[in-house]
Design a protein around this ligand. Structure first.
Ligand code: ADP
Ligand code: MG
Length: 445
């Protein structure tokens, strides 16, 4: 068998083992070069390297071994010729007359670049997808749909695509907008009777970065306008990147046609970072902020304690540094312990009650509170009702029977059943887990 034969067989093995986004991003773009008795030589596109592939490296190794029937050394070289950005204006991407204006990149946060983004197991897929998109906008994956809980780096990675594009293809117009701003802007154009101008505005852009698209729920008019813009971009092969706190199909009231559009390209998730990644992020942050004199043990303590998300992680470090400055003390382990003791258990749960839980669950899943409280057995209602019970159990300290009384007059065994069911399902169903995490986060703010 030649290299190509071996690689193709390995591909089908790998395809069965991996989910589609991981397969597309990490495996499919690799090209076989040559094979001999001891080695298989592969070419890896663009910025990826074999080390970067992390756990996928051993999966490749296993697949190749089982095709060949013995261990081969895998040698990989980076393929610098593949999608490296072209310095020439790319005609496919510039609809209409070329804009020679100075780039307005001020709406992008200058800190949110690829250089400052730490890659770990929790975000590698998303990072690689974002790079692929930045290197070949409109070609690699369109749309790119990034989802994950709050504070995990969605906005950061999305804006990194924007910065990269402005640097490597300055003739392109990058449009970054939060969905909230999009809605307000559209409303003001509607009110002044200038909807056409609103649509035209987007025709001038080459790359659309739409942040937090979950806020489009329940906004029919906005969905319609976004759908039109989306289609125009897609047809002109212009890149669309969307972030969201959940999967498209879980945005209540999002029209089916919109869900299917968002599913067209690649869906990449960001998970909460592990300890190593949290520590690396803190190290990077003190390097960037040029904050010196922070002992490693302090960073380790923060990385160990603050596990929720990266925003909280950075917030805690900032607080420690600010506190040390104010009290004219050095940043030390005892000082950090003092502060962490103050903030971590201070998650004030007293304001979390069944009423708030029902309200948040209702708006998250797009189900009426009355339905959550009622007896209807429709699946779309039963699942959110169970989530509400689970959250009440987890966050309020009320007894099972009290929760049952408050949510639809059920007995304590129904509540217990719901809690166990949700716990079990969360292990199998990442989007349910994400939903529960999002809700917990909303409730504890
Ligand atoms: P989200 O949009 O998912 O809520 P953000 O992109 O706003 O999260 O990220 C929150 C904070 O964490 C930002 O300051 C961002 O720079 C930082 N951050 C997130 N992910 C990373 C990462 N992988 N490396 C470095 N900093 C990160
Ligand atoms: Mg964000």
């Amino acid at each position: 068998m030649d290299a190509e034969g071996v690689w193709n067989k390995s591909l089908s093995l790998l395809e069965n083992k991996l989910n589609r986004p991981a397969f597309e991003i990490f495996i499919k773009r690799i090209v076989p070069v040559s094979i001999d008795d001891t080695r298989l030589h592969l070419k890896i596109p663009g910025t990826l390297s074999m080390d970067y592939l992390g756990e996928y490296k051993s999966l490749i190794q296993d697949a190749v071994s089982s095709v060949i029937g013995k261990q081969l050394e895998i040698v990989a070289t980076q393929d610098k010729t593949s999608p490296v950005p072209s310095p020439e204006p790319d005609n496919e991407l510039t609809a209409g007359p070329r804009q020679q204006k100075k780039k307005k990149s001020t709406y992008l946060n200058p800190k949110y670049t690829f250089e400052t983004f730490i890659v770990g197991a929790s975000n590698r897929l998303c990072h690689a997808a974002a790079l692929a998109v930045a290197e070949a906008p409109g070609k690699a994956y369109n749309p790119l749909f990034v989802y994950g809980g709050v504070g995990l780096g969605k906005t950061h990675i999305m804006q990194a695509i924007g910065h990269y594009t402005l640097e490597t293809r300055p003739h392109l117009n990058v449009e970054y907008i939060t969905t909230d701003a999009f809605i307000h802007e559209m409303m003001s154009f509607v009110q002044s009777g200038n909807l056409l101008n609103f649509r035209n505005r987007y025709q001038k852009s080459d790359i659309l970065l739409m942040d937090d698209v979950q806020f489009i729920q329940g906004k029919e008019r906005t969905q319609y306008e976004f759908f039109q813009i989306f289609n125009a971009f897609f047809e002109a092969k212009k890149q669309i990147v969307v972030t969201c706190d959940r999967l498209p199909k879980e945005i209540p009231t999002l029209e089916d046609r919109m869900v299917s559009r968002l599913n067209w390209g690649l869906i990449a998730d960001i998970k909460p970072p592990d300890f190593e990644t949290r520590l690396a992020i803190l190290r990077k942050k003190i390097e960037l902020d040029e904050t010196s004199d922070i002992p490693e043990s302090v960073l380790e303590l923060i990385a160990e304690t603050v596990t929720t998300n990266i925003r909280d992680l950075e917030g805690t470090l900032n607080r420690v540094v600010a506190y040390a400055n104010l009290s004219k003390r050095e940043v030390s382990l005892p000082l950090t312990e003092e502060i962490i003791r103050d903030i971590v258990p201070s998650k004030d749960t007293s304001s979390i009650n069944v009423k708030n839980i029902l309200k948040e669950v209702s708006s998250y899943y797009g189900v009426d509170v009355d339905d959550l409280l009622g007896q209807r057995r429709k699946k779309e209602i039963v699942a959110p009702r169970m989530v509400a019970m689970y959250l009440a159990r987890d966050m309020t300290g009320l007894s099972l029977s009290q929760i049952g009384k408050d949510i639809g007059n059920k007995d304590h065994s129904s509540v217990l059943y719901a809690c166990e069911k949700i716990e079990k399902e969360m292990k199998k169903d990442p989007s349910l887990r994400l939903g529960v995490e999002n809700l917990k986060d909303k409730l504890s703010r």
